[in-house]
Design a protein around this ligand. Structure first.
Ligand code: UD1
Length: 433
């Protein structure tokens, strides 16, 4: 497995460009299953999760083409396998997003249950019960969701929890359902809105995306379209925190400040000076070391759980104490144990972390446990004394496009150590054995 080596101490300086949002690209790629006509999607980030989604679509029979500017052209007129296997779903839970579109368009789907992951049990009961309320016949057998339906029917659903991919799955299913679907307590995340914009450009009739009530009037069919993915607010936020922690001065281009108001307001509270225009955000730290800031995660427009680990890292070197409360996922503090190995003074009590800021962290070998936890370890490495080795960075490659290149461009000392030693061909491994 690849590792990252980071020498701490350099304030980040300069400009980089933000990539398209992974969490919008994934449902939008799944939404292409709703039409036989060609879809063109641009600003798709080059990430492992995108490759996994393309592999999943390819196995179903999608015809996919990528040009040199990473526009993806998808044609789904020859779908033959209505099946998402465990081996792909286990590496990327968002594979569940094919369930709604497959069922709506083809009347059947067999999708592996995602199971748990490092940040909690992450059930999909709301996806399943919503589709059943729309008339689907669903059983769970042998670890697979087996869904069958004639034409789905519009219903009025109040989602029992705010779920991002649950809202997206049900919204995609409702596009081809008969009649009107109302989703109350819907997720308001910008990626849900981006999906709705894409679906409407395909001929869907969706109103209210971005609010907690989404109304979808079903249509008989949708057509091909071109959609540009919105900027990645979590990537944006992660680089802003990196700049704040290192006392840097950066400009992030191709992004949008209104996607991350809650994060920007916490960065200002920490002492950052932030300047915004239509497509960029600049951050500097006039007073050097950040001040500790309390965080409570919640669904959008609240503070995103996907930024919690990065702010935990920032608080660990900030002036003062902070209380971090994780309200979205039950077990999202795996990074705390790794940060403690770098000297961070953090106590865990249930779903809160109490962080007592110290002046410097010390480099240590640490291990990434999930996507955003790994980002927090890279950030910690940027301010630690010595050389930090972050192992298992395949997690980071799932969600951050060319992270080491972007950080190098900002003046960080970082390098990737490829894992050639561990990639022994199976035949040779057997001989050695
Ligand atoms: C999405 C994001 C992820 C982010 C999360 C919360 C994608 C691909 N991933 O994940 O980066 O961290 O939103 O902002 O967009 N829940 C249930 N039953 C369900 C579904 C969810 O109980 O059927 C619970 C979950 O366990 C969790 C909460 O609802 O406690 C929110 O999860 P959800 O919004 O569904 O997360 P994802 O959509 O998987």
């Amino acid at each position: 497995m690849d590792k990252l080596l980071i020498s701490g101490g350099n304030p980040l300086q300069g400009e980089i460009s933000i990539s398209g949002a992974k969490n919008a690209a994934l449902p939008i790629l799944a939404s292409t299953l709703l039409t036989d006509e060609t879809m063109v999607i641009s600003n798709v980030p080059h990430l492992h999760d995108i490759t996994t989604t393309m592999e999943l679509l390819g196995r179903m029979g999608s015809d996919l083409m990528i040009d040199e500017r990473l526009n993806i052209e998808v044609n789904n007129s020859n779908i033959t396998e209505l099946f998402a296997p465990y081996e792909l779903v286990k590496t990327m839970r968002a594979s569940i997003l094919v369930l709604g579109p497959l069922l709506a368009r083809y009347g059947r789907a067999d999708v592996s249950l995602p199971g748990g992951c490092a940040i909690g049990s992450r059930p999909v009961n709301i996806h399943i019960s919503g589709l059943m309320a729309m008339g689907a016949d669903i059983t769970v057998e042998g670890g697979y969701i087996r869904a069958r339906a004639k034409r789905l029917k519009g219903v009025h659903l109040t989602l029992e929890m705010v779920t991002v991919t649950g809202t997206e799955n049900l919204m995609m299913a409702a596009v081809l359902a008969e009649g009107r679907t109302i989703l109350d307590n819907a997720a308001r995340e910008p990626e849900v809105t981006d999906l709705a914009i894409c679906l409407n450009s395909m001929g869907a009739r969706i109103e209210g995306a971005g609010t907690d009530r989404i109304i979808i009037d079903g249509v008989d069919s949708v057509h091909g379209a071109h959609h540009r993915i919105l900027p990645d607010r979590i990537e944006t936020g992660s680089y802003l925190v990196a700049a704040a922690m290192t006392g840097g001065n950066v400009k992030l281009k191709n992004t949008r400040s209104e996607l991350l108001d809650a994060v920007l307001s916490k960065l200002r509270e920490a002492g950052a000076k932030i300047d915004i225009d239509d497509t960029s955000i600049s951050l500097s730290m006039p007073n050097g070391r950040p001040r500790a800031v309390d965080i409570h995660t919640s669904p959008f427009p609240g503070f995103p759980t996907d930024m919690q680990a990065q702010f935990t890292a920032m608080n660990s070197i900030a002036e003062g104490n902070a209380v971090i409360t994780e309200n979205v996922f039950e077990n999202r503090f795996m990074h705390v144990h790794e940060l403690q190995r770098m000297g961070a003074d953090i106590k865990l009590e249930g779903n809160t972390a109490i962080v007592n800021g110290i002046k410097r962290l010390k480099a240590a070998p640490v291990m990434a446990t999930d996507l955003r936890a790994s980002a927090s370890l890279v950030l910690a490495g940027l301010v630690a004394d010595g050389e930090t080795e972050v192992d298992r960075i395949y997690h980071i490659d799932r969600g951050y496009e060319t992270i080491e290149e972007k950080l190098l461009q900002l003046g960080a000392k970082i390098k990737r150590i490829p894992s050639q030693q561990t990639r022994m061909p199976v035949s040779k491994a057997r001989i050695v054995k």
